[in-house]
Design a protein around this ligand. Structure first.
Ligand code: SF4
Length: 194
């Protein structure tokens, strides 16, 4: 499944060919062997579920009242999706999940736990301004709002674009995009958590 499901006004805010997402998902998902949600929107509602959420958008599991395997991220990492499918093909079962439906093999540790800038965090070496000497030296982005300590995902290891880059590697703080309700919970993105 991709995308959030509109639930307010009988699902009128999300339609394909005159049928609501809610109606189609109810028909399809309940017959499925397993439902894998790709991306933060189908996993937890995503940006359209941010306050005030007039369309009543929800993730698939919450909208349909079913258990789903969630591969959140904005974007989600295709490696984590393929790993989930291969786990089923090889072992005949879905991978173990955390309490918000994410496979532990991919979301078992925080970005902060895996981050190559972690030694700078421990040594109080922080970037305080984009474009500064500290930013150039790859210091820790915590004071620029990095949400890596509160975010579970394997981005530092798997990376994106065939392993060539990822947000912190490019000098941008993590915004926590694989966490439920991150638009509300993690904002403001460029201010350090207390
Ligand atoms: S850049 Fe972010 S994830 Fe990396 S060590 Fe600093 S706070 Fe942790």
């Amino acid at each position: 499944m991709e995308g959030a499901i509109a639930t307010a006004f009988d699902g009128a805010y999300g339609k394909i060919g005159g049928r609501t997402f809610l109606e189609i998902a109810n028909e399809v998902c309940k017959k499925a062997l397993a439902v894998i949600c790709i991306g933060t929107c189908s996993s937890y509602g995503g940006v359209q579920a941010a306050k005030p959420n007039p369309g009543g958008y929800k993730g698939v599991g919450e909208a349909l009242g079913i258990k789903t395997v969630n591969i959140p991220g904005c974007p989600p990492n295709p490696v984590n999706f393929v790993g989930t499918v291969v786990n089923y093909l090889l072992l005949g079962k879905l991978p173990d999940l955390d309490e918000v439906g994410r496979p532990l093999f991919a979301y078992g540790k925080t970005i902060h736990d895996l981050c190559p800038r972690r030694s700078h965090f421990e040594n109080d070496e922080f970037v305080k301004e984009f474009g500064s000497k500290e930013a150039e030296m790859g210091y820790c982005l915590y004071k620029m709002g990095c949400k890596g300590p509160d975010t579970y995902n394997n981005c530092p290891v798997v990376k994106f674009n065939e392993g060539t880059g990822w947000p912190i590697g490019a000098g941008h703080p993590c915004i926590g995009c694989s966490e439920p309700n991150f638009w509300d919970k993690m904002a403001p993105f460029f201010v350090a958590s207390k």
